[in-house]
Design a protein around this ligand. Sequence first.
Ligand SMILES: Nc1ncnc2c1ncn2[C@@H]1O[C@H](COP(=O)(O)OP(=O)(O)OP(=O)(O)O)[C@@H](O)[C@H]1O
Length: 237
Amino acid sequence: MAEPLLKIAGADVFYGASQILFGVDFSVEKGQTMALLGRNGAGKSTTFKMIAGLAPPSRGEVRLAGETVSGKPPYRIARAGIGYVPEDRQVFPEHTVDDNLIVGAKKGPRGDAHWTTERIYEVFPILAGMKTRLAGRLSGGEQQMLTIARTLMGNPDVILLDEPSEGLAPIIVQAIADLIRRLRDMGVTIILAEQNMHFCLGIATHATVVDKGQIVYRATIEELRHNEEIKSRYLAV
Ligand SMILES: Nc1ncnc2c1ncn2[C@@H]1O[C@H](COP(=O)(O)OP(=O)(O)OP(=O)(O)O)[C@@H](O)[C@H]1O
């Protein structure tokens, strides 16, 4: 069987002398939307930083499309096809929505240029109505969408979304959920880090649960939905 698109194998991460991740192991197949779930401080953001090269593993590895990417600098990992959207939205506030997208434009690792500004505006109609607005003037939810859109403009193989619903009003959370569902249905491979399992239930296809820096559960999202023990033990629901 072919190797999964993204494979994390036995990864340990330390911050100074403290070990944060312990032998993290999971895989994501092309087209999956994987929810990476866990409580506050469980290790979700560190897992993303490890994949993106900002917190490299001291043991174990990250493989993308059969190639080892861990150990490379973050810009090389991004170029290899990992699109990372961190928790704090990162737009260029003094530039327009359109320019923010153009700055993110680059061919994917295999030369594909699937995402163009036209395509983005079809999928993100809210942004289409504000092309010339300065990004710093957008609401938090709009900035979140712009950050996701700009990352897609780099034509990544997989996109890592760190708590995209955090701190947003319920109606905006709904709009972000609809957007991620649309990307899922287009076949974009997504990892969605969330504390909020309910946000993920209608979006994700698969689930991986992290607790105290270790992976404690991997299943389809439907299996998780019915697993009361895992939900109450690790997700406080
Ligand atoms: N720069 C750092 N130095 C030392 N410890 C850190 C650092 N960043 C995070 N940690 C610790 O690593 C552990 C995992 O944090 P992480 O941010 O990965 O969790 P998380 O699951 O993403 O939680 P959150 O939902 O709060 O973002 C926590 O115990 C945290 O205190």
